[in-house]
Design a protein around this ligand. Structure first.
Ligand SMILES: [Zn+2]
Length: 377
């Protein structure tokens, strides 16, 4: 009887949870290794940008593929030439959630360090040099004048008015770019040249948050050697990998292992040692203990938004929580999971399609799977 009851509760939880997941589409990341084939990229100190970028991308992808609910698409997995517009098309066709392009820098000086670009018009001369170098690959493409609408990589002024496509994704692109740069600087003590904006063709054509990462200068003696080494490439891929995972958890939360947790629970229930409670008992126990709080995350952004009804599609109360440079905007709070599901539906109806239930124990966020396990006890 207990077992059946428990099974029923689990089924109800799972059903409610499934219903709350308006989109079960995997989180899709397009990884773009710069250059390839007849285009070696920069050859600072004799190292090949195309090979280093590919090694790093393959390593990032291998690890991302192990995460349930994540789909990885590569613009190239081997040493082949892919046109810039085709790279962007691959991502657009896949309706990807993220586009990450990996490159290595070069300079005539001993310049050193990492920088991550998002698309923007506010580029200075220095950023323009990077854009010029990375965009110049179109000269190797057939008929580039037609494909790039008369774009001239050598003229900074062609930039203006061309960035509308990416504009709505700037905020999220900066979010990821910040996370990547933080990891480079803090975990691996790389010189931090910061998050920058430039008119980069490959990310200008994507319809999703997109960044172009310059993992360092091959032209710098020490950095070139580091980037050409397996350990340097492992460091850089780990930094980017961790940032993508964090970005996903801040914006979408990882609920993909929820059915796993439930299955494991049912198994441990076979030993008949754990006591079982009805669904309403579970709720009321947590409401009494006030151990777990549920809030609805509407979205996360690097922007500071005034907390009034008008800015949140009429939803109130909304609070904010800052994690690093990211502001999370949270609607309501409750000890009652069924109420949380109702709030989530309200948020989704108000237009926040990516909203999700965030759970907290003693003011610390914990995965929803863990929270539900805890209130079942
Ligand atoms: Zn490059």
């Amino acid at each position: 009887m207990r077992k059946i009851l428990f099974f029923l509760i689990v089924t109800v939880f799972f059903f409610e949870w499934s219903m709350s997941q308006s989109n079960t589409k995997p989180f899709t990341v397009v990884l773009d290794a710069g250059h390839g084939g007849k285009d070696p990229g920069n050859m600072g100190n004799g190292y090949k940008e195309k090979n280093i970028a590919l090694n790093i991308v393959l390593e990032i992808g291998k690890r991302l593929e192990n995460i349930p609910g994540v789909k990885v698409i590569y613009t190239r997995k081997t040493d082949v030439f892919v046109e810039l517009k085709d790279r962007a098309n691959i991502a657009n066709k896949a309706k990807a959630d993220l586009f990450v392009s990996v490159h290595c820098n070069s300079h005539k000086s001993q310049a050193e360090g990492t920088e991550t670009f998002v698309l923007g018009v506010a580029q200075n001369k220095e950023n323009f040099e990077v854009a010029k170098a990375e965009n110049s690959v179109i000269f190797l493409e057939d008929d580039y004048q037609t494909h790039y609408e008369g774009f001239d990589p050598n003229a900074p002024e062609t930039v203006i008015g061309l960035t509308l496509l990416q504009e709505e994704y700037t905020d999220q692109s900066i979010l990821l770019a910040d996370m990547i740069q933080d990891n480079f600087a803090n975990q691996y003590k790389r010189v931090d040249r910061g998050v920058k904006q430039a008119n980069l063709l490959v990310i200008r054509r994507t319809f999703m948050p997109s960044v172009l990462v310059e993992v360092g200068f091959l032209t710098n003696t020490g950095e070139g050697r580091y980037l050409d080494s397996p350990s340097g490439q492992a460091d850089m891929s780990n930094a980017v990998y961790q940032a993508i995972v964090k970005y996903k958890s801040v914006l979408y939360e990882d609920q993909s292992d929820f059915s796993f947790a439930i299955n494991n629970n049912s198994q441990s229930e076979d030993s008949s040692t754990t006591k079982t409670k009805s669904s309403s008992e579970i709720y009321s126990q947590n409401i009494k203990d006030k151990t777990i709080i549920f809030k609805i995350q509407l979205f996360a952004s690097s922007k500071k938004i005034v907390l009034n009804r008008k800015n949140f599609e009429g939803l109130s109360p909304v609070n904010t929580e800052k994690i690093g440079k990211v502001n999370r905007y949270l609607y309501q709070e409750t000890y009652d999971y069924s109420e949380a599901l109702a709030f989530l539906k309200e948020a989704q109806r108000a237009g926040y399609k990516d909203a999700f239930i965030a759970s907290y124990e003693k003011n610390k966020q914990i995965p929803l799977t863990e929270a539900l396990k805890k209130i079942e006890k």
